[in-house]
Design a protein around this ligand. Sequence first.
Ligand SMILES: Cc1cc2nc3c(=O)[nH]c(=O)nc-3n(C[C@H](O)[C@H](O)[C@H](O)COP(=O)(O)O)c2cc1C
Length: 191
Amino acid sequence: MSAPRVLVFAGSARRASLNKALSRVAAESARKAGLEVTWVDLRDFPIPLYDGDLEAEQGIPEHARRLRQLLDEHQGLIVVSPEYNGFITPLIKNTLDWISRPDGDIDGLASFRNKIALVMSASPGAFGGIRSLALIRQLLSQLGVTVLPEQLSVPRAHQAFNENGELQDDKLASRLDTMTQRLTQVLRHWP
Ligand SMILES: Cc1cc2nc3c(=O)[nH]c(=O)nc-3n(C[C@H](O)[C@H](O)[C@H](O)COP(=O)(O)O)c2cc1C
């Protein structure tokens, strides 16, 4: 039986993004848990802000189309969501909005349906961006994704990683491993 595939990304394009750092750790944990992992950096997929006129005139941007195709090749998702003003980032919302659009006779929402996701967040603040998780959970659910109840927030994230990019707190690292093991277990029996 081939390993289930999971697509991992963070909702920040920033080079030194703490959420990207967490997404890398999550990707490694998912590999250890037996998943085949594709890690992507949204910086490599620059997409204009959604504009219905732009869509009507030029269609779906190439990078949004590529991301949708990637999504089609995966059964699982790990989304690491930064928190801006208690909310998800415009980057994550814009990216998911474009992907969800119909493209000719392709139904964008079909790429999300029947996917299983884990959500996590990181922030330099004391709450680890946890407020963004309810919102990313709601957005993914709206798109048809089943989001597992387990979630992880990394507070004081600017101090959370060692020089190898690993989580310094063993409890957080172990929670993350339990979550990716759970994702593997669910994906192996899905749908
Ligand atoms: C516009 C804006 C609003 C922010 N609001 C919050 C917030 O509500 N809660 C929080 O914990 N951090 C907040 N932050 C700080 C971010 O968590 C911090 O910049 C973080 O490093 C961004 O994620 P990244 O490192 O993955 O790019 C905000 C940052 C920006 C730019």
